[in-house]
Design a protein around this ligand. Structure first.
Ligand SMILES: [Zn+2]
Length: 283
Protein backbone atom coordinates (compact mmCIF):
# COMPACT_ATOMS: atom_id res chain seq x y z
CA UNK A 1 0.00 0.00 0.00
CA UNK A 2 2.84 2.39 0.93
CA UNK A 3 4.67 1.59 -2.28
CA UNK A 4 1.47 2.24 -4.22
CA UNK A 5 1.11 5.63 -2.50
CA UNK A 6 4.59 6.53 -3.67
CA UNK A 7 4.24 5.17 -7.17
CA UNK A 8 0.76 6.43 -7.99
CA UNK A 9 1.54 10.17 -8.22
CA UNK A 10 4.61 9.38 -10.36
CA UNK A 11 2.58 7.11 -12.60
CA UNK A 12 -0.18 9.71 -12.98
CA UNK A 13 2.35 12.41 -13.84
CA UNK A 14 3.81 10.17 -16.53
CA UNK A 15 0.40 9.41 -17.92
CA UNK A 16 -0.97 12.97 -17.82
CA UNK A 17 1.69 14.20 -20.21
CA UNK A 18 2.80 11.57 -22.62
CA UNK A 19 5.14 12.18 -25.47
CA UNK A 20 5.47 9.29 -27.84
CA UNK A 21 6.01 8.57 -31.48
CA UNK A 22 2.60 7.44 -32.61
CA UNK A 23 2.70 7.37 -36.37
CA UNK A 24 6.46 7.26 -36.69
CA UNK A 25 6.32 10.64 -38.41
CA UNK A 26 5.96 13.25 -35.73
CA UNK A 27 5.77 13.15 -31.94
CA UNK A 28 2.31 13.16 -30.41
CA UNK A 29 1.39 14.62 -27.07
CA UNK A 30 -1.74 14.07 -25.02
CA UNK A 31 -2.49 16.24 -21.99
CA UNK A 32 -5.34 16.54 -19.50
CA UNK A 33 -5.43 19.55 -17.21
CA UNK A 34 -6.52 17.66 -14.07
CA UNK A 35 -6.37 14.03 -12.92
CA UNK A 36 -9.53 14.61 -10.89
CA UNK A 37 -12.52 16.85 -11.32
CA UNK A 38 -15.74 17.55 -9.42
CA UNK A 39 -19.23 16.75 -10.63
CA UNK A 40 -20.47 19.64 -12.78
CA UNK A 41 -16.96 20.63 -13.93
CA UNK A 42 -14.96 19.53 -17.00
CA UNK A 43 -11.62 18.19 -18.22
CA UNK A 44 -9.55 20.08 -20.80
CA UNK A 45 -8.09 17.45 -23.13
CA UNK A 46 -5.50 18.42 -25.75
CA UNK A 47 -3.82 16.29 -28.37
CA UNK A 48 -0.99 17.45 -30.63
CA UNK A 49 0.64 15.69 -33.56
CA UNK A 50 -2.03 14.73 -36.08
CA UNK A 51 -3.74 16.50 -38.97
CA UNK A 52 -6.93 14.42 -38.66
CA UNK A 53 -9.34 14.63 -35.72
CA UNK A 54 -8.44 12.22 -32.90
CA UNK A 55 -11.16 10.03 -31.43
CA UNK A 56 -11.93 10.93 -27.83
CA UNK A 57 -14.10 8.83 -25.50
CA UNK A 58 -15.27 9.41 -21.92
CA UNK A 59 -17.87 7.29 -20.11
CA UNK A 60 -18.78 5.43 -23.32
CA UNK A 61 -19.56 8.66 -25.16
CA UNK A 62 -17.52 10.06 -28.01
CA UNK A 63 -16.62 13.75 -27.94
CA UNK A 64 -15.58 15.79 -30.95
CA UNK A 65 -12.13 17.34 -30.71
CA UNK A 66 -11.70 20.74 -32.32
CA UNK A 67 -8.64 21.95 -34.18
CA UNK A 68 -6.84 24.81 -32.42
CA UNK A 69 -3.87 25.20 -34.78
CA UNK A 70 -2.36 22.92 -37.47
CA UNK A 71 -1.91 19.61 -35.62
CA UNK A 72 -3.27 20.66 -32.21
CA UNK A 73 -6.75 19.52 -31.04
CA UNK A 74 -8.81 20.20 -27.93
CA UNK A 75 -12.02 19.21 -26.19
CA UNK A 76 -13.63 20.44 -22.96
CA UNK A 77 -15.16 17.21 -21.65
CA UNK A 78 -18.06 17.72 -19.21
CA UNK A 79 -18.59 15.73 -16.01
CA UNK A 80 -22.35 15.58 -15.56
CA UNK A 81 -23.48 16.78 -12.13
CA UNK A 82 -25.08 13.43 -11.23
CA UNK A 83 -22.09 11.29 -12.34
CA UNK A 84 -21.33 8.78 -9.55
CA UNK A 85 -17.99 9.69 -7.95
CA UNK A 86 -15.22 7.21 -8.79
CA UNK A 87 -12.56 6.21 -11.33
CA UNK A 88 -13.02 6.69 -15.06
CA UNK A 89 -10.90 6.64 -18.21
CA UNK A 90 -10.32 9.16 -20.96
CA UNK A 91 -9.48 7.31 -24.17
CA UNK A 92 -7.84 8.92 -27.20
CA UNK A 93 -7.15 7.27 -30.55
CA UNK A 94 -5.25 8.92 -33.40
CA UNK A 95 -3.87 6.89 -36.30
CA UNK A 96 -1.83 4.12 -34.71
CA UNK A 97 -1.69 5.88 -31.39
CA UNK A 98 -4.03 4.79 -28.62
CA UNK A 99 -3.85 6.04 -25.09
CA UNK A 100 -5.88 5.87 -21.90
CA UNK A 101 -5.70 8.33 -19.04
CA UNK A 102 -7.22 7.44 -15.67
CA UNK A 103 -9.21 10.26 -14.06
CA UNK A 104 -11.29 10.57 -10.90
CA UNK A 105 -14.67 12.23 -10.44
CA UNK A 106 -15.22 13.67 -6.97
CA UNK A 107 -18.53 14.75 -5.35
CA UNK A 108 -19.30 18.46 -5.26
CA UNK A 109 -21.45 18.11 -2.13
CA UNK A 110 -23.92 20.75 -3.28
CA UNK A 111 -26.92 21.01 -0.95
CA UNK A 112 -30.49 19.86 -1.53
CA UNK A 113 -32.79 22.77 -2.21
CA UNK A 114 -36.52 22.83 -1.49
CA UNK A 115 -38.44 24.70 -4.18
CA UNK A 116 -41.99 25.84 -3.52
CA UNK A 117 -44.05 26.73 -6.55
CA UNK A 118 -47.46 28.31 -6.38
CA UNK A 119 -50.19 26.08 -7.73
CA UNK A 120 -50.61 27.84 -11.11
CA UNK A 121 -46.93 27.30 -11.98
CA UNK A 122 -46.56 23.89 -10.33
CA UNK A 123 -48.84 22.46 -13.02
CA UNK A 124 -46.67 23.69 -15.87
CA UNK A 125 -44.75 21.06 -17.84
CA UNK A 126 -42.31 21.67 -20.67
CA UNK A 127 -44.01 21.36 -24.05
CA UNK A 128 -42.58 19.03 -26.72
CA UNK A 129 -41.65 22.05 -28.88
CA UNK A 130 -39.81 23.62 -25.96
CA UNK A 131 -37.94 20.43 -25.07
CA UNK A 132 -36.88 19.53 -28.60
CA UNK A 133 -35.79 23.04 -29.61
CA UNK A 134 -33.76 23.56 -26.43
CA UNK A 135 -32.14 20.12 -26.69
CA UNK A 136 -31.14 20.64 -30.33
CA UNK A 137 -29.67 24.07 -29.57
CA UNK A 138 -27.66 22.81 -26.59
CA UNK A 139 -26.10 20.05 -28.72
CA UNK A 140 -24.70 22.53 -31.27
CA UNK A 141 -21.05 21.76 -32.07
CA UNK A 142 -19.69 24.43 -34.43
CA UNK A 143 -16.01 24.23 -35.31
CA UNK A 144 -15.12 27.89 -34.94
CA UNK A 145 -14.14 29.07 -31.45
CA UNK A 146 -15.82 32.44 -30.90
CA UNK A 147 -15.19 32.79 -27.15
CA UNK A 148 -12.01 34.33 -25.73
CA UNK A 149 -10.94 35.45 -22.27
CA UNK A 150 -13.00 35.43 -19.10
CA UNK A 151 -16.79 35.21 -19.37
CA UNK A 152 -18.84 38.19 -18.18
CA UNK A 153 -21.63 37.87 -15.63
CA UNK A 154 -24.75 38.57 -17.75
CA UNK A 155 -26.40 40.71 -15.07
CA UNK A 156 -25.27 42.04 -11.71
CA UNK A 157 -27.20 41.12 -8.61
CA UNK A 158 -27.34 38.73 -5.71
CA UNK A 159 -26.78 35.05 -6.48
CA UNK A 160 -30.08 33.48 -5.45
CA UNK A 161 -29.20 29.89 -6.37
CA UNK A 162 -25.93 28.16 -7.22
CA UNK A 163 -25.33 25.67 -10.01
CA UNK A 164 -25.61 21.99 -9.11
CA UNK A 165 -28.01 22.13 -6.16
CA UNK A 166 -30.11 19.00 -5.97
CA UNK A 167 -33.77 19.89 -6.16
CA UNK A 168 -37.07 18.89 -4.61
CA UNK A 169 -40.30 20.46 -5.79
CA UNK A 170 -43.09 21.14 -3.28
CA UNK A 171 -41.63 18.62 -0.83
CA UNK A 172 -41.26 15.79 -3.37
CA UNK A 173 -38.17 13.56 -3.87
CA UNK A 174 -34.86 14.75 -5.38
CA UNK A 175 -35.46 14.45 -9.09
CA UNK A 176 -33.17 16.97 -10.75
CA UNK A 177 -30.52 19.55 -10.10
CA UNK A 178 -30.12 23.22 -10.86
CA UNK A 179 -28.51 23.51 -14.29
CA UNK A 180 -27.36 27.10 -13.99
CA UNK A 181 -26.78 30.07 -11.72
CA UNK A 182 -29.69 32.29 -10.63
CA UNK A 183 -29.05 36.00 -10.26
CA UNK A 184 -31.77 38.15 -8.68
CA UNK A 185 -32.27 41.50 -10.41
CA UNK A 186 -35.19 43.90 -10.94
CA UNK A 187 -37.65 43.24 -13.75
CA UNK A 188 -36.39 44.89 -16.95
CA UNK A 189 -32.66 44.94 -16.05
CA UNK A 190 -30.62 44.52 -19.29
CA UNK A 191 -29.03 41.07 -19.74
CA UNK A 192 -25.73 40.84 -21.62
CA UNK A 193 -24.13 37.98 -23.50
CA UNK A 194 -21.46 36.30 -21.40
CA UNK A 195 -19.09 35.95 -24.39
CA UNK A 196 -19.00 36.38 -28.15
CA UNK A 197 -21.29 34.00 -29.99
CA UNK A 198 -24.13 33.35 -32.39
CA UNK A 199 -27.75 33.51 -31.22
CA UNK A 200 -29.12 30.08 -32.14
CA UNK A 201 -32.43 30.08 -30.26
CA UNK A 202 -34.98 32.66 -29.21
CA UNK A 203 -38.08 31.05 -27.69
CA UNK A 204 -41.11 32.74 -26.19
CA UNK A 205 -43.94 31.80 -23.83
CA UNK A 206 -46.33 32.30 -26.78
CA UNK A 207 -44.37 29.63 -28.72
CA UNK A 208 -44.80 27.17 -25.85
CA UNK A 209 -41.78 27.91 -23.63
CA UNK A 210 -43.84 27.35 -20.48
CA UNK A 211 -41.03 26.16 -18.19
CA UNK A 212 -38.02 28.12 -19.44
CA UNK A 213 -40.05 31.24 -20.16
CA UNK A 214 -38.67 33.64 -22.76
CA UNK A 215 -35.31 32.11 -23.65
CA UNK A 216 -32.11 32.96 -25.51
CA UNK A 217 -29.40 30.39 -26.32
CA UNK A 218 -26.02 31.45 -27.70
CA UNK A 219 -23.48 29.21 -29.44
CA UNK A 220 -19.89 30.15 -28.56
CA UNK A 221 -18.39 27.44 -30.75
CA UNK A 222 -16.60 24.13 -30.13
CA UNK A 223 -19.46 22.58 -28.17
CA UNK A 224 -19.97 25.47 -25.73
CA UNK A 225 -23.36 27.20 -25.43
CA UNK A 226 -24.94 29.58 -22.90
CA UNK A 227 -28.60 29.97 -21.92
CA UNK A 228 -30.61 32.86 -20.48
CA UNK A 229 -34.05 32.04 -19.07
CA UNK A 230 -37.19 33.71 -17.67
CA UNK A 231 -36.61 36.95 -19.65
CA UNK A 232 -39.30 39.65 -19.81
CA UNK A 233 -38.07 40.70 -23.27
CA UNK A 234 -35.73 39.39 -25.99
CA UNK A 235 -33.81 41.99 -28.01
CA UNK A 236 -31.87 39.74 -30.43
CA UNK A 237 -32.88 37.36 -33.23
CA UNK A 238 -31.70 33.91 -34.30
CA UNK A 239 -28.66 34.08 -36.57
CA UNK A 240 -27.38 37.28 -34.95
CA UNK A 241 -23.69 37.45 -33.98
CA UNK A 242 -23.26 39.11 -30.57
CA UNK A 243 -20.17 40.32 -28.78
CA UNK A 244 -19.35 39.75 -25.12
CA UNK A 245 -21.37 42.31 -23.16
CA UNK A 246 -23.94 42.97 -25.87
CA UNK A 247 -27.50 43.27 -24.52
CA UNK A 248 -29.68 40.31 -25.56
CA UNK A 249 -32.81 40.81 -23.43
CA UNK A 250 -34.27 41.91 -20.10
CA UNK A 251 -34.69 40.22 -16.71
CA UNK A 252 -38.16 38.85 -15.99
CA UNK A 253 -39.93 35.92 -14.35
CA UNK A 254 -41.63 34.17 -17.25
CA UNK A 255 -41.89 30.37 -17.14
CA UNK A 256 -41.30 28.52 -13.85
CA UNK A 257 -39.93 31.31 -11.70
CA UNK A 258 -40.96 32.68 -8.32
CA UNK A 259 -39.49 36.21 -8.67
CA UNK A 260 -37.62 38.28 -11.28
CA UNK A 261 -34.18 36.75 -11.84
CA UNK A 262 -31.88 35.53 -14.58
CA UNK A 263 -31.11 31.83 -14.88
CA UNK A 264 -27.71 31.68 -16.58
CA UNK A 265 -26.42 28.31 -17.76
CA UNK A 266 -23.37 27.06 -19.66
CA UNK A 267 -23.35 23.74 -21.52
CA UNK A 268 -20.66 21.57 -23.11
CA UNK A 269 -21.94 19.10 -25.74
CA UNK A 270 -25.43 19.48 -24.24
CA UNK A 271 -24.33 18.81 -20.63
CA UNK A 272 -24.63 21.62 -18.10
CA UNK A 273 -21.46 22.69 -16.28
CA UNK A 274 -20.94 25.38 -13.64
CA UNK A 275 -20.91 28.82 -15.39
CA UNK A 276 -18.68 30.26 -12.66
CA UNK A 277 -15.81 28.14 -14.03
CA UNK A 278 -15.65 30.38 -17.11
CA UNK A 279 -15.60 33.58 -15.02
CA UNK A 280 -12.51 32.51 -13.13
CA UNK A 281 -10.36 31.17 -15.96
CA UNK A 282 -10.07 31.65 -19.73
CA UNK A 283 -10.35 28.50 -21.86
ZN1 LIG B 1 -32.30 28.77 -12.23
Amino acid sequence: MKLLNLLLPLLLLMMLTTVATGTGKEPVELTVDHDQQEQGQFFTVTFTGTTSEPELWFMEQRYRMFRQTGTSWRALVPVENLTPPGSYTLLVRACAHKEQIPVTVTPNNRAIQQITLDSSKAELKATEAEKSRVKAALHTESSEKLFTGLFLRPVHGETSSLFGLKRCYNGGPVESYHKGLDIAAPQGTPVQSTAKGMVILTGTVEEGFQVHGNTVIIDHGQGLTSVYLHLSAITVHEGQLVNAGEVIGKVGHTGISTAPHLHWGTYLYGTSVDPELFEGKAF
